[in-house]
Design a protein around this ligand. Sequence first.
Ligand SMILES: Nc1ncnc2c1ncn2[C@@H]1O[C@H](COP(=O)(O)OP(=O)(O)OP(=O)(O)O)[C@@H](O)[C@H]1O
Ligand SMILES: [Mg+2]
Length: 286
Amino acid sequence: MSEFIRAEHLSFSYGKGEDAIPALYDISLSIEKGEYVAVLGHNGSGKSTLAKLLNMILVATGGKLWVDGKELTDPDFSEEDLFALRRKVGMVFQNPDNQLVAGVVEEDVAFGLENMGVPYEEMHKRVKEALRLVGMTEYAKHAPSRLSGGQKQRVAIAGVLAMMPACMILDESTAMLDPQGRQEVLDTVERLHRDNGITLLHITHYMDEAARAKRVLVIHDGRIWADGTPEEVFSRRDELREIGLDVPQETEVVEILRRAGLSLPLGCVGTDACADAIVRALTEKP
Ligand SMILES: Nc1ncnc2c1ncn2[C@@H]1O[C@H](COP(=O)(O)OP(=O)(O)OP(=O)(O)O)[C@@H](O)[C@H]1O
Ligand SMILES: [Mg+2]
């Protein structure tokens, strides 16, 4: 594996001088190519700011940042570099309605490619493939406005995929969806991560969604508060509570039983793992 994202003492403030509002402080981290990282943090902790620094919707005000070996904080970072970066790092936002611009699904998916001046043949091929990857082929000629929330978000993902990014950042992309829509979107991006090696950063308020990642990053008041496996992070239940975060429901159940005296691990994550641990604890010989 090789490094895809590297931040060294990265900071960002909105506004300048006396009116500056600091949003991120001293962020240092490294994310490898092909990693699946969930980002947690309560409202206003700085998650979206971090995401926006990664594809340069915002520019860092301190420290250094690299994406795929290219330094974004280099004063010589050019327009062309920016163009290349945007193709590498695709963002999917919260509200699917704000991301869909065309009247027909396939035109929407082609939008970014058209702006890039991709030749028609190539564009057609990529749109078809992107729609196939998100399971929306049969909706190619449909109007996005008539799709469900989950379907709209999958079309937005197809638009990002058509650019063939190495990394996808989902900024609460499941927040406005019903449980089925959330499942559709997660299944889609996790499959792309697994099969195509796409680096996945998933910003979410849902603990059960964060538990599906291999690594969980917790941001609190603009700083990295925790960075580890879901088990490591969710074993800090009481501290998480203090900063306004929960643990996944099944982790909570295991924790309550552990405190009641059952022999159970700290920070049990995943429904199957938790169920197994409970069964084992209950059938254990005293
Ligand atoms: N455009 C802006 N101008 C000024 N301050 C901003 C702006 N955008 C965000 N902030 C401030 O920066 C801080 C971090 O905001 P950010 O949007 O990154 O948080 P977040 O973790 O994504 O929150 P949420 O969970 O609500 O999406 C907050 O204090 C917020 O008020
Ligand atoms: Mg946000």
